[in-house]
Design a protein around this ligand. Structure first.
Ligand SMILES: [Zn+2]
Length: 230
C-alpha cells in the first residue's frame, strides 16, 4: 500500500497530500548534493515541517536555495513547528538549480538566496488552517490593509491587486504569522524580510532594520513573506 501511495505521489498527487499519506514523518535525510551552481533543493518529502504550496514547485525544480539558506529555512520551520506543533511552513518559489536570473515572474529570485513563504490563516471562528485557504499556488490570499492605513503606492496597479471578497470564511492568523516573521528576522542567515507596511506595524516590527517594504514595482506582500539570505 505504501508503495502504491508513493507511486501515486510521484506521478500525480500534490506533495501536500503525499506528506499526510506517509505519516509519521520520516527521519530527516542528509543534505542533498549541490547542483553545479551550488544550490540544493528544499525538502518536498515531509521529512521537515515544511511543504510546497503545490507540487509544481518541486516538480518544476523551483525549490533550490543555497545550502546555508536551506539550513536557515529548516531551522525556522522547526522553530515554528515547536511553538505550534500542528503547523507546517508553506513555501513557494525559490530558484532553479542553475542559479540563473531572471527567474520569471520574479524580479529578484534566481541565485538561491530568496524564498517566498506563505503567511498563516485561520477560520473566522479561530480554527488554525493548515495552508493558504483560497489559493492554489500559495499566493494572493491577501490580508486587506486597514482603512486607516495609508496606501503606500497610490495608483500602482501591481500593488493594487484586489483584496479577497468580504464574504471569505478565513482571515490572517496573526499569532503564527508574526511568530514566523520574528523567527526569520532573528535568523542570522536572513538579510531582510519583505512585508507590507501595515503588517510590519501590526506585528510590532515597524522600523526593524530587517523588515522592509518591497517597493511599488513588486507584488503585494500581505499574503507572503519574501526572504533574502546572505
Ligand atoms: Zn519573492
Amino acid at each position: 500500500m505504501r508503495a502504491a501511495v508513493a507511486l501515486a505521489c510521484l506521478l500525480f498527487v500534490t506533495v501536500d497530500t503525499c506528506a499526510s499519506a506517509s505519516a509519521p514523518l520520516p527521519t530527516p535525510k542528509r543534505p542533498p548534493t549541490p547542483s553545479p551552481a551550488g544550490l540544493v533543493p528544499l525538502p518536498c518529502d515531509g521529512s521537515e515541517p515544511l511543504r510546497p504550496a503545490h507540487g509544481f514547485y518541486c516538480l518544476g525544480d523551483r525549490n533550490y536555495v543555497t545550502p546555508q539558506a536551506r539550513q536557515a529555512i529548516i531551522r525556522t520551520a522547526r522553530a515554528v513547528h515547536k511553538a505550534y506543533p500542528d503547523t507546517v511552513v508553506t513555501f513557494m518559489d525559490a530558484s532553479w538549480p542553475s542559479g540563473k536570473k531572471p527567474f520569471p515572474p520574479h524580479l529578484s529570485h534566481g541565485d538561491g538566496r530568496q524564498i517566498d513563504l506563505a503567511l498563516f490563516y485561520e477560520s473566522k471562528d479561530g480554527r488554525r488552517l493548515p495552508k493558504p485557504p483560497g489559493s492554489i499556488n500559495g499566493y494572493e490570499d491577501f490580508e486587506p490593509r486597514p482603512v486607516a492605513e495609508p496606501d503606500p503606492c497610490p495608483g500602482k496597479w501591481k500593488h493594487r491587486r484586489p483584496d479577497p471578497p468580504k464574504s471569505r470564511t478565513w482571515r490572517l492568523d496573526e499569532g503564527r504569522s508574526e511568530f514566523l516573521t520574528r523567527t526569520l528576522i532573528k535568523e542570522g542567515q536572513v538579510r531582510r524580510v519583505l512585508i507590507e507596511p501595515h503588517l510590519e506595524k501590526r506585528f510590532g516590527l515597524w522600523g526593524n532594520a530587517k523588515a522592509r517594504f518591497q517597493g511599488c514595482h513588486a507584488a503585494r506582500h500581505d499574503d507572503h513573506l519574501h526572504v533574502d539570505f546572505r
